[in-house]
Design a protein around this ligand. Structure first.
Ligand code: ADP
Ligand code: MG
Length: 157
């Protein structure tokens, strides 16, 4: 099912991430799409907070493709593929093993092209978050959740 929410501030976007976090378990992947400045990192801050990690520890990984945040209910692995030039840079990360161990949130997921860096079922079961700029500070967030059992949970987002 898809849920669409409009927010008008960074903290509102983070709050949506916080609510989503409550529905996640180890092995879940959150694929994130949206232009630069859309609010993907803001959303991941909310995910972190929702898992019990302070959101201010979260920033876009600039020199590393991935950052991990521990100390919450589940480890959060935060990948930002914005600067990825060559998909082979992903090979050393071991994304599949990482995905198994906690929640994996990926900014610029469109750069995850091609082959099996993740099991096909990770994509099939992934939560897909698209954030679009509106006027000013407005952002439209659409969240696709594959598991209908989670419907009641995200209905409250
Ligand atoms: P991305 O990771 O998608 O490039 P960031 O989360 O790093 O985007 O940045 C989003 C920027 O937009 C921040 O400067 C934030 O303060 C601003 N902003 C304004 N309105 C919103 C909103 N409704 N949701 C999220 N961010 C917003
Ligand atoms: Mg970002």
């Amino acid at each position: 099912m898809t849920k669409t929410i409009t927010t008008t501030s960074e903290s509102e976007t983070a709050a949506v991430g916080r609510e989503l976090a409550a529905t996640l378990s180890a092995g879940d992947v959150v694929l994130m799409y949206g232009d630069l400045g859309a609010g993907k990192t803001a959303f991941v801050k909310g995910l972190a907070e929702g898992l019990g990690v302070p959101g201010d520890e979260v920033s876009s990984p600039t020199f590393t493709i991935m950052q991990e945040y521990r100390g919450g209910r589940l480890p959060l692995f935060h990948v930002d593929l914005y600067r990825l030039d060559d998909p082979r840079e992903l090979d050393d990360l071991g994304l599949e093993e990482i995905a198994e161990a906690g929640v994996l949130a990926i900014e610029w997921a469109e750069k995850l092209t091609g082959d099996a860096r993740l099991k096909p079922s990770r994509y099939e079961d992934a939560v897909v978050v698209r954030i679009q700029h509106g006027d000013g500070d407005s952002r439209t967030i659409s969240i696709w959740i594959p598991d209908p059992n989670l419907g009641p949970l995200i209905a409250d987002l």
